[in-house]
Design a protein around this ligand. Sequence first.
Ligand code: GLY
Length: 495
Amino acid sequence: MMAVKVLLVGEGGREHAIAEAICRSPQNPRLYAVMRLNNPGIASLCQKTGGEVFLGDSKNPQTVWEAAEKFHVDWVFVGPEEPLFHGVADTLEKAGIPCVGAKKGPAELEMSKASMRRLMWKYKIPGRLRFKVFKEVSEAVAYLREYAESLALKPARQAGGKGVKVVADLQAYLSAEKSHVKEEHAKIIYSEHMKDYTDIEDRILIEEKVDGPEYTLQAFTDGRTVRPLPLVQDNKNAFEMDIGPETGGMGSIAGKGPLLPFITMEEYRQSVSIVNKCVKAVEAETGEKYKGVVSGQMMLTASWGPTIIEFYSRLGDPEAVNVLPLLKTDMVEICEAILDEKLHKIRLELENAASVVKCVSPRGYPDQRELAKGHPLSIDLEAIRRHGGRVYFASTDQKPDGAIYSGGSRLVEIFAKGETIMEAGEKAEACMPYVKLGDGWGVYHRSDIGSRELLEVRIEQAQLMRAVYKYRAKKGLVGKTVEWIPRKGKLVLKA
Ligand code: GLY
C-alpha cells in the first residue's frame, strides 16, 4: 500500500510537535511541509520519512496549493491561524484537496474578536462579556471619555496576540489618568496594531474587564463531534510572576489526566460544552462545517465561571507541545476521521503524565524582534535528552550548511514530563543552560513555570473566583452586573 502523503503548513514549535505526532503514526506517512523559515525539526522529519520541504509564504493559499500539487499529497494539515484567515482551506477544497483546518468562515471566529462576541450573544452561549466595537478611533475615545470603567482594550482582529491592554479603573481620584491611558492605547491599537490589516472593518474592541486564572482547552472537531484534549495553562508574560510584556507564550503546564490542579471536573465539562456550543453556532451562522482544531482561551471568572476570552481556530503554541508528545492515538487516524466526519469513532488516548514546556527566547523578543533575529543557535541536544527534555524548534531557520539562526521570536520549546507538574518543571528547567546563541547574544526563559510557587498562585486565584461565581449561581446572578457609572447612576446589566 502507498504511504499516505501529508502536507503540513507552518513552521513553529507547535508545527514541529504536530509533525512529530503525524510521523509517529504506524501508517508510516510521508511528511511534506510548506514553511516560511526552514524549521530544522520539521525539515528533519520530512527527510526521514521521504518527504520534502517547500520554502515559501505559508499563509498564501496559492503557495500552499502549489506545494500540495507538486507533492501530490493526500491531505493538508494547517498549523497556524493566518493561513486559515487567508483562505488556505477554501482554496484547497476548491482544488479537491482535503484540509484539516477551518475554512475562512469558521476561522473568522478567531480572526474577528467582535464576531466571536456577537455570536456568543446571539446564541446565548455562557460566558458572554459586554463589549463595544469601533471602526473609528474618535468614536472609541468618545466612549472612553463617557464611561469610566475597568476595561480591556483589544485590536478587533487577532493580531498575533499583541495590543491587548487591561485597565483597572476603580479609584475616582485616578479616573482622569486612567481615561488618558485608555484613550492613548485606543490610538495605538488603531495606528499600530491594526494598521496592516485590511481584511476587517472593525478596529478597536472594548470589553468588560474580567479577572481569574487562564487556561486553554484544545480540541479536534469534524463539525459534529468535539474531542477535547487535556487542559493546558500557558504563561503569556515575558518575565517571572506574570510581569513584563505579553508574548505568544513563555511556557505551559498540564496535569496528569484532563484537569489542571486549579480547574475542577465540572469546570472542565462546562468549558467543553461552551466550545461545543460555539462550533454548532458557527455552523448555524456560516453554513460551513468546522473541520480541524478549535480551542478556547478560557478564564475562570467571578461573573461566569468558565469564560472564553479568545477563540483559536488552531492548537495553542506552546500548548500543543504539552499534549501532542503524549498522544497515543494515531494522529493520521484522527485527521482522517476529521476529514470523513467520523470523529465520533475516535477515542483520544494520552500517556498518563504531567508535562511542562519552557520556551527559550532571544533578548529583544517580543518588542524588538529585529534585534532578536539572525543569531546562530548553539544547542546541546544530547545534554537536554539526558536531563529528560525534548526539543521542539520554534522560530529558527536552518541554512543549507546546517547552521541554525534565530528567526526573531521564541527559539525553542523544551518539553519534559513527570509524575507531577513540579517534577516535569524541574526537568525542563535543568535543560535551560544548554540553549544559547553562539554569538553571545542573550536568551531568557521563565524559571517559575512549573514551580510550586506559581501553581499555588493559580490555585488561590481560582479559589477566589470559584467562591464568587458559585455564590452568584446560588443567587441567580450569573452574568448579571451592577455598575455605578459616574453621571449616569446605577446600571443593572444582564447578559
Ligand atoms: N499560547 C497562546 C497562543 O497560542 O496564542
